[in-house]
Design a protein around this ligand. Structure first.
Ligand code: PLP
Length: 246
């Protein structure tokens, strides 16, 4: 059972308390790193939780939300179209879902192959939309491979970024990673995020506007802020533990 089985008022109070704790963590981590709080954006990952929870979060001031499956995100975004929300897509994305995703997503954080760039570009152009794209970096992938949870090896970031920047309907916004569970960075989120920052710095030499650095989840958002992340993707710490593994 998740907290969403609670009556609405109690659930809203629970979400408010969780959100306040996360905001305190971000404020403390920003202060410790000598960063301005407004330079860090919280994106609440609402996957597996009902639209009603997202509506409650919007009432609490949340403006950026993320989902990882189109089948779930599409109907949710449609049901909440009256709210001033920005939708981020953060999951592994099949090319045949591109047309659906560009209808509601403002940003796709999980761009990790040329075919997906092509599909998103065609879909965005057809819908007369501009989609902000982030290259997902797999810090545990060897050259030429993709990561277990998506993403390209660090040496493949530049060509993919160039392709996004040149694609109609797409805008290159930056880079994203998930701290690896295996390989040399396992259990070392700070080192992983420092590496992502290096990759971001190199990218900005040729694409200065691509300044989004999406890193940090419930467990490691503090390390992400310390390393310099601009966007945090936080689910569990706001909504509660998800039933099952997602
Ligand atoms: C689910 C998810 C998150 C949020 O993870 P939590 O541990 O629940 O904070 C962040 N990023 C991606 C890509 C996710 O799939």
């Amino acid at each position: 059972m998740t907290g969403s089985a609670l009556p609405t008022g109690q659930r809203t109070a629970e979400l408010a308390a969780n959100l306040a704790r996360v905001q305190e963590r971000i404020a403390a981590a920003s202060a410790a790193a000598g960063r301005r709080r407004e330079d860090v954006t919280l994106i609440v990952v609402t996957k597996t939780y009902p639209a009603q929870d997202v509506r409650a979060l919007a009432g609490l001031g949340v403006r950026q939300v993320a989902e990882n499956r189109d089948q779930e995100a599409g109907p949710k975004a449609a049901a909440l179209a009256d709210l001033p929300l920005r939708w981020h897509f953060v999951g592994q994305l099949q090319t045949n879902k591109a047309r659906s995703v560009v209808r509601y997503a403002d940003h796709v954080h999980s761009v990790d192959r040329l075919r997906l760039v092509g599909a998103l570009s065609a879909a965005a152009s057809a819908a007369s939309r501009q989609i902000g794209c982030l290259v997902q970096v797999a810090l545990d992938a060897e050259s030429g491979d993709r990561g277990e949870r998506g993403g390209v090896a660090p040496d493949a970031v530049a060509p993919l970024a160039d392709a996004i920047a040149a694609a109609e309907g797409l805008r290159l916004d930056g880079v994203m990673t998930v701290a690896p569970l295996a390989g040399p960075y396992a259990g070392q989120p700070r080192a992983a995020f420092d590496r992502l920052m290096e990759i971001s710095s190199r990218l900005r030499e040729t694409h200065p506007a691509a300044n989004m650095v999406s890193a940090g989840m419930s467990q490691d958002l503090d390390e992400a802020v310390a390393a310099g992340a601009t966007h945090l993707r936080v689910g569990t710490a706001v909504l509660g533990v998800r039933p099952g593994l997602r």
